[in-house]
Write a protein that binds this ligand. Sequence first.
Ligand code: GLN
Length: 534
Amino acid sequence: MAAKQTKYIFVTGGVTSSLGKGIISSSLAKLLQARGFSVTIQKLDPYINIDPGTLNPYEHGECYVTDDGAETDLDLGHYERFLNVPTSQSNNVTTGRVYQSVINKERKGDYLGKTVQIIPHITDEIKRRIKILGSKGKFDIVITEIGGTVGDIESLPYIESVRQLKWEMGDRVLVVHLTLVPYLSASGELKTKPTQHSVKMLQEEGVQADVLVLRTERQLNREIRKKVALFCNVDERSVIESRDVSTIYEVPLLMQKEGLDQIILEKFKLPILDKIDIEPWREFVKSVKNPAQTVKIGLIGKYVELHDAYKSISESFIHAGAVNNCRVDLQWIHSESLEQGDIRQKLGDLKGILVAPGFGHRGIEGKINAVRFARENNIPFLGVCLGMQCAVIEFARNVLGLTKAHSTEMDSKTPDPVIDLMEDQKDIIDKGGTMRLGAYTCNLTKGSRAARIYKKECVSERHRHRFEFNNAYMDVFKNAGMVPSGINPDTNLVEIMEIPSHKWFVGVQFHPEYKSTVIQPHPLFVNFVKAALE
Ligand code: GLN
């Protein structure tokens, strides 16, 4: 259903961070999509980094990669998993990128001698980047999530841009403000004051929220809704309760019950048709919540203290579990803990082992030990990016007898660089945005496990790496039983390695987890979980 002019929804957050703006944005988008509108979601991040590609996962969680090779915030992963529509470079904007554009223009003399200021130059650049998505004629509704919390110094130019757009575009713009209603157990009460304050702060910055979404542990009664409505200048139906739920995938159903999509469409004066295509989603949530069995799979990584560092992987297991009618009981295992001691005691009860992506030396030997344990004990194994590289190193050392084999990332002087820096990476010095990024084609070998799983001859998957399987070793690997089953046709780079004699052993140089969605769970994860169940 094409709306005449693109509408814009801004999602802001108050009181505290981590209230789940990304999930609320995704859920609202899902409902609008289910009602026939084409929707995209964008995230504006108030930090100075150009993108999160150079950020430590401990700082920022996973770096999510789009088809067009943008290194982005992990919320974009939620957007894709909920909507099943790819995002792009334009869907994530940081303060760093905004300032970079403005400063580059200034250096070129584009401002014709004017003093360059936050208003209008920075805000104009922010508005331009918001409107880009709407100008493509592809989307009826663009949802823009503003990172950070209202009142932060960093987010002021973004809120100011929202104010200006509201002024310029009138009823084509709505603001949804997400806040917290805490429960004080000492007095046994839900408290609305923090919400009142954050709405007021938004007003001080010139923006009136149209809809309030209140995160709460307990049910909000009529009194509380009325009170919030009165103090915050919104009608009572625009006060939406968002109770804590056991799975994020339930939030769209909850928001539908609360009428969030209805109120938004009413305010936009868009048609509300009775038909809402949400049944497959409901079915999915049902299977997530009522699994017939569980299966223990180990995720071996060096950032496991912070689950957000592997967000797309853990979500892919939820999708794959639902298809297999089970719950994947993910065991988060620190790779450093596998460098010494009895590995059987640590990994013995796992039905599948995934070695995670990563960079640098820390914990690498633990990852290699985990691969060995999976290979020698015929335990289903999936290696992702660095995980695939570890599988190659392990095979070289313990099967081919090249005991000092390594990746030149960890040991630049190894006599057997089975994993080596890609040729076109050798002259690169800058760290930001210079890896092999985004979607590349991969031809699958006929009859291989990969080809059987994908049921295709050619796939496209997303990448983020500098190092690669060293093709000089191709024949020795093949002869000893580890074979390439996916190759990039343009560069001959190995994208998939597998061991056909093993129960299930696949290493992929790409990141299948970036493409798993609720509607299209990734076939590799689905098949891996199936193998773990057998
Ligand atoms: N560090 C490895 C490389 O750069 C793997 C990267 C990854 O796991 N994303 O090739």
